[in-house]
Design a protein around this ligand. Structure first.
Ligand code: SF4
Ligand code: SF4
Length: 62
């Protein structure tokens, strides 16, 4: 994946628990059939989703 991307999800690691979706203050995340989606127009790169993920599937770079 591209290094300039500021929010990344590792689909292999995601457990589909929904924790990140429920804590995102911007309601940017959506758990769909084909995986977790982030609406980057809403995301502020706050990093909360990265911190709550039990499997460290999310990586946020400011
Ligand atoms: S970094 Fe913050 S705003 Fe962006 S998806 Fe995660 S919790 Fe939501
Ligand atoms: S918190 Fe982590 S494991 Fe749970 S749905 Fe989000 S990315 Fe997947």
């Amino acid at each position: 994946m591209c290094d300039t991307m500021a929010w990344k999800i590792d689909k292999q690691k995601c457990l589909r628990c929904g924790a990140c979706v429920s804590v995102c203050p911007e309601l940017a995340l959506d758990l769909r059939e084909d995986g977790l989606k982030n609406d980057m127009k809403k995301c502020t790169l706050c990093g909360i989703c990265e911190r709550v993920c039990p499997s460290r599937a999310i990586e946020v770079k400011k």
